[in-house]
Design a protein around this ligand. Sequence first.
Ligand code: GLN
Length: 552
Amino acid sequence: MAGDAAGTRYIFVTGGVVSSLGKGIAAASLGALLESRGQRVSVIKLDPYLNVDAGTMSPFQHGEVYVTRDGAETDLDLGHYERFLKTRTSRLSNFTTGQIYNNVINKERRGDYLGGTVQVIPHITDEIKRCILEGGEGADICLVEIGGTVGDIESLPFLEAIRQFAVELGHHRVLFMHLTLVPYIASSGEMKTKPTQHSAKELRSIGIQPDILLCRVDRPLPENERRKIALFTNVSERAVIACIDVDDIYKMPGLLQAQSLDALVLEHFDISAPNADLSNWAALVEARRTQDVTVKVAMVGKYVDLADAYKSVNEALSHAGLHTGTRVDIHYLDSETVERDGGDCLAGMDAVLVPGGFGERGIEGKITAARYARMHNIPYFGICLGMQVACIEFARDIAGLDGAHSTEFVAEPAHPVIALVTEWHDLAGDIQKRHAEVDLGGTMRLGEQRCDLVADTLAARCYDATQVFERHRHRYEFNNHYRDVLAEKGLVFSGISAEDNLVEIVELPDHPWFLGCQFHPEFTSTPRSGHPLFIGFIAAARAHCTASAEAR
Ligand code: GLN
């Protein structure tokens, strides 16, 4: 196939019967297994929706927007991949139908098709195949997850493209893995394999024969059911793998290995590789089992009913718990409730976290949360908007700058301590130009940038480093014209962007743990290493919890 030189093998992961079966986690766990067997793994997520990227999608519908190192705004599944794998995702790791069409239409406008009729087949499918090849470049094995459920109209072009892909590349270089549901029907006391049979049949009807079936089950899959599934779906018996519900997702790699999933895959590709060493995953499971203190962390945001809206923050808190022996109990608090009822609704919390966010709703509640944490010596972690509200609160209450605000929420505040660079920075043009080069023309500051840490600060101690790279996704910045007056009153600016002299981290020295960062550290936290700021924060929450217990 054109563009294929490297010999990368491809695993296509599709889902059947119902959505939300955990395709992302299953694929990521397989990736982790393959990495531990010495394979270089890359991942691609194909999303059937028409949005060009996830950047404009509401967390209500779509969960969090995950930002890659190179500044792509992507599906939250990429977060699972970065947490499970050592490989890093990029703008080549997530394609939507919208983006594929966009590429094809741009080519058509440029005249690349020389007047030919542009059609779904072959032009859209060719573009999909091109993107898959590009995303797999340099890897031994590329995992490609197809969003949606087989049978959806929307995912048809993707399925057709991967069918062609297998024909063109040869079946020894391509593996189809299909995840389905095998439900247990309580009234008859039986597991039902029919939906799986139908789902495999649906795939076959478009020319794809699955090589491996992952069956999501809530109890062990009896041997006779496994045989039945194999018989009806044309899949070998040992390739019918049970994906049983787990109480800890880090058990997944071990669970799949116990059924030789990695061996099946490598056999299919004729790759011989060293055995997997899953001791790091076992250690994580053990770390969760032995957590001995539970801390209550208030998360003050707008999307309290939606765990997915703050997915990476939740995960990063949980990782920090694994590294400090602490169970982290997250209490979601609606910022509008805090606005209405005041900071006292945070009483009894061991720590307060204000995550990133956009829009005015509940903003005063977030400011109140920062104030309450500051005044009551409760560990505070402000991420992006959470840092901005901490600065606004400090400006108003400690520096006496009445009417301090962000120009995101008030057109002309008396003191625009947070504002667009164009509203205050002398070199705004240069900065915007540089950012635009990185984020392809958006108005957001996106992706990884270098931050220099000031020695002897909380930030420098947490990271134990002098410079770090962290990912951004925001428009507004701390206004440097207010740096001196706030510094005089005791706010410490402990992280500064290397290139643009922008404030990246603020902290309060005479507080047990009070830190805000303009970037999103949650995107780089992994279960294996945790993230220094989250670990520091949870360690402080733990100390707060222990001290309050002793005081009682
Ligand atoms: N709304 C703020 C900004 O654009 C913060 C964004 C965020 O928290 N991700 O600057």
